[in-house]
Write a protein that binds this ligand. Structure first.
Ligand code: ADP
Length: 455
């Protein structure tokens, strides 16, 4: 845009300069001719008035007059035969007066060079008796100098003005486009989790204001649509919880009967396992739907993470031991963060559950909690099956699971999405590094303003 602006300006400036140049040249030449005409008129007047006096007196009057006229030495009077009448002794004898004196009526202008300088010459024929011709010359050097100065000025001014224009255009463009950059940044930061955010709009009554208002209208419509989907998901999950819990209770009750036959037992055990899974799925969906709707249960308080990690490990240890997995926990002292205790417990459990679930028998699981005044880092690593590289960028999305043919255990595909949401709600950063068949490392980094000094 700056380039276009500069090119248009340069074109305009050059055109303007050209017309100014032509106009100035014309005006100067017209001015010069008018001056010569005025001088010729004064001489003609004097000649007319001194027609009857003696040639000597006439010459004296002529000299008096040419003394006061600028460039007076370049005025001469000839008769039509070409003989000079006045002055009889020219002070500029070698001036190249034309050999042929104009005989036509009226004024005749011409240009000539003398001593390396240009001169303009006017020949005026007088209807006197005897007929006389006045020759008035005037140098054109001043005009030429002025034109040269004007041309040089233009030549210097063009690049200077171009640079000024390019710089000005660049800064003006930046200023004009800054609100668009801000709008783009705000729009980039808006996701499904913060659809209530709106673009700041300046009351400028311009296209930008209209664009901002249109975007805000669109965001409002999107927010409405997403809210109704969230409400539906939350309501559906909530409504389904009771029948699933009832089925589970019935299955548990039936299994408590010692006289139940083998086939029925197997069937009820399967029902029980499915209801546990379905119950978990509904809980997860409800959690995320509530989180999306902005009423996820987050109540901030000072939470000691080391204690929370120890509890989660203690709960998981029997499962890990059943799979002959070693679990190493390393927590250096206490680690305080500002957060919601049950959500943080859920976050730690999800990462630990997955580590146990996706690590084969005899594998290794490591949990490390490091706290400093500036950050708290929770690391959960395992020597499990790892996550395929293609899946890594989407692994925190909802319902994303690796290929079931890997013989993985059952799951909902919502655990990591919930973990990511919990981390985000605590302004913490949850990241993963993983290599298939080598293991995974999940790191939760609590930012300084969210963590509290130990104690
Ligand atoms: P779920 O475990 O219920 O399937 P998650 O959201 O917790 O859902 O995990 C999503 C997917 O990420 C899992 O299905 C699994 O393929 C992969 N995954 C998560 N944690 C690990 C891990 N520690 N090792 C290998 N794969 C994992």
């Amino acid at each position: 845009m700056t380039l276009w602006f500069s090119a248009i300006f340069l074109g305009g400036f050059v055109l303007f300069g050209f017309f100014m140049w032509v106009d100035l040249a014309y005006s100067l030449s017209q001015g010069r001719d008018r001056t010569l005409t005025r001088r010729a008129a004064r001489i003609a007047e004097m000649l007319d008035a001194t027609n009857t006096i003696s040639p000597a007196s006439r010459e004296a009057r002529f000299e008096q007059l040419t003394d006061v006229i600028p460039e007076g030495s370049l005025i001469q009077v000839f008769d039509i035969a070409g003989a000079r009448v006045l002055p009889r002794n020219s002070s500029a004898p070698d001036f190249p007066w034309p050999a042929r004196i104009a005989v036509g009526a009226g004024d005749e202008f011409s240009s000539l060079e003398y001593g390396g300088r240009m001169f303009r010459l006017l020949q005026r024929r007088l209807a006197s008796n005897p007929p006389l011709v006045i020759l008035v010359a005037g140098q054109l050097e001043d005009n030429r100098n002025m034109m040269a100065r004007f041309t040089t000025g233009l030549a210097w001014a063009s690049p200077a003005m171009l640079a000024l224009c390019a710089l000005g255009g660049y800064f003006l463009n930046r200023r004009a486009l800054q609100p668009i950059d801000q709008m783009a940044a705000t729009l980039r930061s808006i996701s499904i989790g913060n659809l209530s955010q709106r673009l700041p709009i300046a009351n400028a009554k311009d296209e930008l204001q209209r664009l901002g208002e249109t975007c805000n209208d669109m965001l409002a419509r999107l927010e409405d649509a997403v809210n109704s989907i969230n409400r539906f998901t939350a309501d559906a999950s909530h409504e389904l919880r009771s029948p699933v819990a009832l089925i589970r209770t019935v299955a548990e009750y039936a299994l408590r009967n010692p006289h139940i036959d083998r086939d029925s037992r197997e069937a009820f055990e399967e029902i029980l396992a499915e209801t546990v899974e379905t119950g978990q799925l509904l809980e997860d969906m409800l959690t995320l739907a509530r989180a999306d709707a902005g009423y996820g249960t987050i109540a901030f308080e000072a939470v000691e993470l080391a204690e929370l990690v120890d509890d989660a490990v203690a709960r998981l240890r029997p499962l890990a031991e059943a799979k002959h997995q070693t679990v190493d926990v390393h927590t250096s002292g206490t680690a305080w963060v500002n957060g919601d205790r049950s959500s943080l417990r859920r976050l730690v459990s999800i990462l630990l559950d997955n580590a146990v679930k996706y690590t084969p028998t005899g594998g290794h699981i490591g949990v490390n909690l490091a706290a400093s005044n500036s950050e708290v880092l929770l690391t959960v690593c395992d020597s499990g099956i790892g996550i395929p590289e293609v899946l890594l960028p989407r692994i925190f999305d909802r319902f994303v699971r690796a290929d079931p043919s890997r013989g993985e255990v059952n799951g909902t595909g919502l655990g990591l999405a919930i973990a990511k949401w919990i981390a985000g709600a605590h302004s913490a950063n949850l990241t993963v590094q993983s290599k298939e068949q080598a293991g995974s490392v999940f790191v939760v980094e609590f930012r300084p303003d969210e963590s509290q000094p130990a104690g």
